[in-house]
Design a protein around this ligand. Sequence first.
Ligand code: ADP
Ligand code: MG
Length: 521
Amino acid sequence: MAEENFDPVRGGRKWLLGIGVLLKQFSVGQSVVCYCDGHCPNDEENGTCVGQPGSQCFSAVKEVVNEETGMREIQQTYGCLPPHESGFMQCKGQKVPHQTGRAILCCDDADLCNKYLIPKIVYRSTTPRPDAGYDETIPYIALIISITVCLMALFGVLTFFYLKFKKREDSRKMCLVPGGRGYETYLTSSGTLQDLIDQSSGSGSGLPLLVQRTIAKQIQMERPVGKGRYGEVWLARWRGERVAVKVFFTTEEASWFRETEIYQTVLMRHENILGFIAADIKGTGSWTQMLLITEYHERGSLHEHLRTHVLEPSSLLSLASTAASGLAHLHMEIFGTRGKPAIAHRDIKSKNILVKRNGQCAIADFGLAVRFVSEDNKIDIAPNTRVGTRRYMAPEVLDESLNTVMFDSFKMADMYSLGLVFWEMCRRCWTGDKLTEADEYQLPFFDCVPSDPSFEDMHEVVCIKKIRPQLSSRWDSEEVLRTLSKIMQECWHPNPAVRLTALRVKKTLHKLEVDNSIKIV
Ligand code: ADP
Ligand code: MG
């Protein structure tokens, strides 16, 4: 278009040409002589061409690539456009998008009017001109904008999480700083262990770890009270209160870890399971000390208690029913989001059961326990078959026929061991004359295996000879002993599937307790 290509030098000339156009209005039908170059008809090679009436002169430029140099260059041509070709499409060709890279200007106002027309190529965004700086910056601007938006979004997200974290930290500090209303207040004030445990019972899985560590640091050891396979148990004090501290042998880290893990299982706390207080591990490179702090029971283990005491039938019943109750709780799976997995003990014996001051039992020593969540149908550690104390091992453990895929197999093996513990208890219960009518304390199979029996010894007795501890005829005279002797036989049955469950035993003994108390009243 002429306006776009306005050249101030030629402006005056064009003005004159404009007058020419007006004059031409009066001379329609006249032909025009055009300057031609590169577009001349064959017979008019002298640099001009004569257009028919209505024709236009054109000047055209085109961007071409020089085949020799490979450079882009502008090729200019001039000539006449016949009337049918001098419409919009030809004369204003550069206005049409696909015509990018070329331009044309037309005139018919005077002869040779096209000689000084210089069309300019207008580049469009569809094919960006290589040197068009403005167009090239667009992707960069878009990139900068997107990066800025991303950074702002990231900043927003980070701020959100930081504020959330800070809010939680603040409320946590509120609980921990002295004067706040949290556990630290208890640790720095005169709160008892029971207060602490009651406070945390909402979580169902023990005291917060920070509180556990603090308690462990504040412990004063007093004297050793027991020794087992994995560690030494000490009587210790925490702010004057007596606690038991199991110090694991350095080689028994796995056992400490396992026992701690089991004690911190949700809903594990039960009056017939040893009350867990805290666990801590301290170490300096080569040396580690692993502690497990629990409630202290001055009467010690059931083994020790039976060795030194004769039982009344009511005490026997209390010990037996609470041991069954503890094991039933352990074995039971509680469903729900904060439910409890089923747990099998795998080392039930009189040394791993404690006697509380109220004459009830508390099951202890969970170093070999396994957990099972039926929803996942998975036992939480790979259970090796022959673990536990050989003397108390069920026949299927001894002959390795225990089906480790089925969790109930582990519970059934526990029930076998509980049957043997009941036998130990019953021997120490008097009938008739208190002094003479109780049997001396003995371990199960005391009369058929040596003091530290091997697998082979136990296998021979339990699986091959199918020997079980002897039942005393004097037990027939006492209802509790009669009931327990029936129960123990059903517990140590060679076929695990027909053994009683802990829940069944608990219910039977509880009923007997209720009946006996009614009789006494
Ligand atoms: P291990 O895993 O080494 O066998 P245990 O937990 O069975 O250790 O404890 C060994 C012995 O320590 C028990 O048989 C018992 O005599 C004594 N004992 C353990 N815990 C307590 C406690 N809380 N109160 C009193 N005595 C305990
Ligand atoms: Mg033990």
